[in-house]
Write a new protein. Structure first.
Length: 155
């Protein structure tokens, strides 16, 4: 007579086999690479830090069982834009490393009317348009930011 632990082990094995076969019934068998949505060839794995492919040759750091390894890394925090440049930059475009971020040519600044009197006909706020050509300090701060902070971050 088998012990209870042997019977439980046999039941667990049968359950796993059943679930494996059930899953294979729902899985489409692919016999042609063109049927896959995407195919990643070993030679397309980038030779960068955090990536490894056995096809590159044996490496002592990796077990013989490892064929491909890709380690995820956290994206570094985007460096803060200089305060004087914030109004001149589209913040969403800063994260796009494919294009070099540029300052806007013109901006509209709203400020309170300094000569506001009790006369209701005067606006509380007024708009003023400024051009980057008139702001050499902003340009210089932006160039320094790109060179010293944004470019190293983008790489």
């Amino acid at each position: 007579m088998k012990s209870t632990s042997d019977q439980n082990r046999a039941k667990a094995i049968r359950l796993i086999e059943y679930l494996k076969r059930l899953a294979s019934l729902r899985t489409k068998i692919v016999r042609d690479l063109n049927e896959y949505a995407q195919v990643l060839w070993f030679d397309q794995i980038p030779r960068e830090k955090g990536c490894y492919s056995r096809s590159w040759g044996a490496d002592e750091e990796y077990s013989e069982d490892v064929w491909i390894e890709v380690q995820t890394t956290r994206e570094p925090e985007l460096p803060d834009v200089p305060l004087m440049c914030k109004d001149w930059v589209n913040q969403e475009l800063l994260r796009n490393t494919d294009d070099f971020p540029e300052l806007m040519d013109t901006i509209t600044i709203q400020s309170e009317n300094p000569v506001l009197e009790k006369d209701i006909s005067q606006a509380k706020l007024f708009s003023n348009t400024d051009q980057i050509a008139n702001q050499p300090n902003v340009k210089k701060a932006w160039e320094n930011y790109l060179e010293q902070k944004w470019l190293p971050w983008a790489e």
